[in-house]
Design a protein around this ligand. Structure first.
Ligand SMILES: *Cc1c(COP(=O)(O)O)cnc(C)c1O
Length: 366
């Protein structure tokens, strides 16, 4: 025990394993391809960069605390009421705000076995108890989630598609999950990769949020929009949830450059389309080439692939990671997500994608 005579974090805080972001360096490599954080190889829309330039002339001024321009742009593009949109400093901030707003000590928050690690962190930070539910075939299992519900459950976090697996629940499954939740339990649909999805049976959550009082959908500008460095997230939620979270958030949680860039980026639909098309083509190619190398690849609908390695023979994920990093290819170790023997690879530029496949071919056959 440390001296009681110094400030002590409240219960739960020291149970948090701090989030470890994807690495960005490859010591010794001449060139680095960062494929560890699901960033877009296309970068942001040129319109977003122009908007940042323009906004950077007024950094002495506080931003609009309501982020009205950004909310209006999002509402316009998605056909939503801006009053049901709340913006944040990355969607990670929203996950925390939702946990703080709806969880108290003794409450339980549910997420799945291979779900996004931020859920656990935010549930613990709110002083509540994380409940981890088993997945089935690397996919969220609705029956198992419903079976894990108790009278203490207050929130269910579901990434759809999930990171790091890239798997998803079709809309009918999400509806079945929602139908099994009592009205006082908040269902958070984290749709960080929704813009990449091209499936008829997928819905990010807009329909559910519009129809029910206990569903919210979170989105981000960090992935397809290429603005991770500016930190922009948003949620679409019932008015009573927006009202509650508005009381908890910082008054200027979205900065001026983010408001300007986000509004411009979301209106550049051609750029989004290019990014999605690049992703479709190269994800399919990577899937095929990696499978041909004898590696198992979890079927993904996102902008990344979870690649599984042999257990031994010097060909483990750890070995592959070292081999790739030495050649400048930085992928993501996913041990903390329950995959000690897999790497997650973001779909990159043609050069990066071809480079990884060539390097892995050498690694496996060398
Ligand atoms: C990347 C990601 C986010 C987005 O985080 P930001 O804070 O908006 O950058 C949210 N959820 C999941 C599952 C992600 O993979």
């Amino acid at each position: 025990m440390h001296s009681p005579n110094r400030p002590q974090p409240k219960p739960g805080i020291m149970d948090i394993a701090a989030y470890v972001p994807g690495r960005e360096s490859a010591p010794g490599a001449a060139k680095v391809w960062k494929l560890s954080s699901n960033e877009t190889p296309l970068g942001p829309s040129p319109a977003a960069l122009e908007a940042v330039q323009a906004a950077s002339g007024h950094l002495e001024a506080y931003p609009d605390g309501a982020a009205a321009r950004l909310r209006e742009a999002i509402a316009e593009v998605h056909g939503l009421n801006p009053g049901n949109i709340l913006c944040s400093n990355g969607s990670d901030e929203l996950l925390g705000l939702l946990a703080q707003t709806y969880l108290k000590p003794g409450d339980e928050g549910i997420f799945t076995e291979h779900g996004f690690l931020v859920y656990r962190i935010q549930i613990l930070a709110a002083g509540a108890t994380p409940v981890v539910v088993k997945e089935k075939d690397e996919r969220a299992d609705v029956d198992a989630i419903l079976a894990a519900m108790t009278e203490r459950t207050r929130i269910v976090f579901l990434a759809n598609p999930n990171n790091p697996t890239g798997t998803y629940l079709p809309v009918e499954e999400v509806r079945r999950l929602h139908a099994g939740l009592p009205g006082h339990v908040l269902l958070v649909l984290d749709a960080a990769y929704a813009e990449y999805v091209r499936r008829n049976d997928y819905e990010a959550g807009i329909e559910l949020v519009s129809s029910f009082e206990n569903v919210v959908m979170t989105r981000t500008f960090s992935k397809i929009y290429g603005l991770a460095g500016l930190r922009i997230g948003w949620m679409y939620a019932p008015a009573h949830v927006v009202d509650a979270v508005n009381r908890v958030r910082g008054p200027f949680n979205v900065n001026a450059l983010a408001i300007a860039a986000g509004a411009a980026a979301i209106r550049d639909r051609a750029h989004v389309e290019r990014a999605a098309a690049h992703n479709e083509a190269w994800r399919a190619w990577l899937n095929e080439e990696l499978t041909k190398l004898g590696l198992r690849v979890t079927p993904s609908i996102g902008n990344f692939l979870l690649v599984h390695f042999p257990q031994n023979g010097g060909k483990t994920a750890e070995d592959a990671d070292a081999f790739l990093v030495a050649r400048g290819f930085v992928l993501r170790r996913v041990t903390a997500y329950g995959f000690p023997n897999a790497l997650r690879m973001s779909v990159g530029t043609e050069e990066a994608n071809r480079g990884v496949v060539a390097a892995l071919s050498k690694f496996l056959n060398g």
